[in-house]
Ligand binder design. Structure first.
Ligand code: ATP
Length: 240
């Protein structure tokens, strides 16, 4: 078990060429904290996660992961430090079985018996995956695919996991199951979680804190319970 990483984002600006889409964003995540990153379509959530992992070029600002400036590191080196991304669209290898996908995720972290133990650990976390371990990725339901995408990231024992809309297109009961497992795992391992979601209620139900982006700026940064309970705040920034 590793402790979660702290993350400090300061003055983050991203410009794809047509003017900034993130305008000097600041946020601070403490180790083991679950933070919901909220905001409408186009607010900049995916861009922020891309900047974090190195898939999107940063124009200005700092990304400090447990004391290390991520900007000097390539995507693979950020992953080795313990930064995991679960992109939207449930990126698993559809031609491989559930177990093969998990083995792939465990490749550089665990060898031999430790790898098999880690795979069993994921099956305990997501029981449907064990029942489907010999099924190919393309035979899975949306919920099973999302569990596998999450399992494949978690098996490498990241210190911070960033997820892009894990509940997209899933049945409400499956969303609840995945969200609960995510929170329980985070709290058990002390893992830091940055959860980008349009499913505000689902995300706030498991988050410690909610940060709302609007047109590339942070407009709210508050306790999740405050955001969930304050009708005026919700109405002003989340549209319901
Ligand atoms: P969504 O929920 O749709 O993913 P989002 O909050 O994640 O929304 P982004 O996808 O980060 O928002 O988009 C933020 C802004 O950046 C949008 O105006 C979008 O059009 C623009 N954008 C995103 N990717 C690119 C790109 N590769 N090139 C140019 N502009 C982009």
């Amino acid at each position: 078990t590793q402790l979660g990483a702290a993350l400090t984002i300061s003055d983050l600006t991203v410009d794809y060429g047509g003017g900034p889409v993130l305008h000097g964003v600041n946020m601070d995540l403490v180790p083991g904290e679950v933070v919901a990153l909220l905001g409408a379509n186009g607010a900049g959530k995916t861009t922020l996660l891309g900047a974090l992992t190195g898939r999107v070029p940063v124009s200005d600002g700092k990304l400090i992961f447990d004391g290390t400036d991520l900007r000097q590191l390539r995507t693979e080196d950020r992953a080795r430090l313990g930064l995991a991304l679960v992109p939207d669209g449930q990126s698993i290898v559809a031609e491989l079985t559930v177990e093969e996908n998990l083995r792939l995720g465990a490749l550089w972290r665990h060898q031999g018996h430790a790898r098999e133990r880690a795979i069993r650990g994921i099956y305990e976390m997501f029981e449907p995956l064990e029942r489907r371990k010999h099924a190919d990725g393309h035979q899975l339901s949306g919920g099973e695919r999302q569990m596998l995408a999450l399992g494949r990231a978690l098996i490498a024992e990241p210190r911070l996991i960033a997820l892009d809309e894990p509940s997209l297109g899933l049945a409400p009961l499956v969303v609840v199951q995945i969200m609960r497992t995510l929170r329980a795992t985070a709290k058990e391992r002390g893992l830091t979680v940055l959860l980008a979601e349009q499913n505000v209620t689902g995300a706030l139900s498991i988050a410690d804190r909610g940060i709302v982006l609007n047109l590339g700026r942070v407009v709210v940064d508050a306790e999740a319970s405050t955001l969930a309970d304050d009708a005026a705040l919700r109405h002003a920034y989340l549209g319901f």
